[in-house]
Design a protein around this ligand. Structure first.
Ligand code: AHG
Ligand code: MN
Ligand code: MN
Length: 340
């Protein structure tokens, strides 16, 4: 069977569905190429001096791994010169990165989590790169974009995706016309389509949550998980399995391929923070992919992609995956709110 490459797919999208302006196509190709570079570095591991942490912390106060910083640099360098971007933002940078004046500028805004699941790097488990693409507001034309211009809700995303550096390196992409998966063919150096119009399979009965935080969750979240744990003897009347990898990319990829639900909800450890995960470069792109694959993505109460951000590194509670399960979590939160 002759498989389509990422380039072929993007050209077809541009022609057939009219969904893809040429500059956005270029952007996606460049991000995909940067992910090849990151994959190469991840694969080198200890032999390339890639493991371990630096002395620095990022804006979230998290210790940076060497690969966090390297992957960030790879993405910045790859995307600076193409003329397709107005600016970039990253988990690893406090504020936005404007395209230097020596290069032409475009209309797109690129956001990324260069390495997601950083704690997995040194123990050889899957990590990934997450990205989200927005368009600079019209009123920004003719001036430099600002952080404010990035603060758009997720429904304005024109593309989103992730690369997963696992047993295989894969790229999962949406431009709003379904979800597509590509595998990196290392001999050919190209991305080759391995699945199209992906749909989250229903009925998996598997949840992913960091159970060590159970005592800090809101009562509605505890109720949902307690009922899953009660299995056939509880109100759900069926047994549930559990998985937790510590890498959202791996979690979401498993759900896309085999079903289930992923949660990183608000908890009372830091009650003023709405959650751990970041809205603009983790929850929004993954929410876009989940919805495009027939799933649902909420913060426990509301659709994630409808949240109007107020800060670049804003955090959010996350509940996403199979629609039927996400709806139950939402219902329990609504019931708890109306009883209060
Ligand atoms: P990052 O490595 O980009 O900081 O993200 C890690 C995130 C996410 O990928 C994962 O689901 C979660 O943090 C794991 O958190 P715990 O260590 O609290 O389980
Ligand atoms: Mn992350
Ligand atoms: Mn990260």
């Amino acid at each position: 069977m002759k498989r389509r490459t990422l380039t072929q797919f993007l050209v077809e999208q541009q022609r057939k569905e009219d969904a893809l302006p040429a500059q956005l196509r270029l952007l996606i190709e460049i991000v995909a190429r940067a992910c090849k570079g990151i994959s190469h570095s991840v694969n080198k591991g200890a032999l390339g001096g890639m493991l371990g942490s630096l002395d620095s912390e990022n804006v979230q106060g998290e210790v940076q791994k060497k690969l966090d910083v390297l992957a960030n640099e790879i993405l910045l360098e790859a995307n600076e010169w193409g003329g397709h971007l107005a600016a970039m933002a990253s988990e690893e940078m406090e504020t936005i990165h404007l395209i230097p004046n020596r290069y032409p500028k475009g209309e797109y805004l690129l956001l990324f989590d260069p390495i997601d699941g950083s704690s997995n790097i040194d123990v050889d488990l899957s990590v990934g790169t997450i990205f989200s693409v927005l368009t600079a507001p019209e009123e920004a034309s003719g001036r430099e974009v600002t952080e404010e211009d990035f603060l758009q809700s997720g429904r304005h995303q024109v593309a989103a995706g992730y690369a997963i550096y696992g047993p295989q390196t894969l790229l999962v992409l949406t431009v709003g016309t379904g979800v597509y998966e590509f595998a990196l063919d290392r001999e050919m150096g190209s991305w080759v389509m391995t699945e199209e119009r992906m749909r989250i399979p229903a009925g998996k009965r598997e949840f992913a949550i960091n159970m060590s935080n159970q005592r800090h969750w809101a009562p509605a979240m505890r109720r949902y998980i307690d009922e899953c744990l009660a299995g056939t003897t509880g109100p759900r009347g069926k047994n549930f399995n559990m998985r937790w990898t510590g890498s959202m990319v791996a979690e979401i990829h498993r759900i896309l391929k085999s079903g289930g639900i992923f949660m990183y909800p608000w908890d009372s450890r830091e009650p003023h923070k709405p959650g751990k995960l970041r809205l603009m470069y983790e929850a929004n792109p993954m929410g876009f992919i989940m919805e495009q694959a027939g799933g649902m993505a909420i913060d426990a109460n509301h659709r994630i992609m409808d949240i109007k951000p107020t800060a670049l590194h804003q955090r959010v509670g996350v509940v996403m995956g199979e629609r039927d399960e996400v709806e139950i979590v939402q219902k329990y939160h609504a019931e708890a709110a109306s009883a209060a």
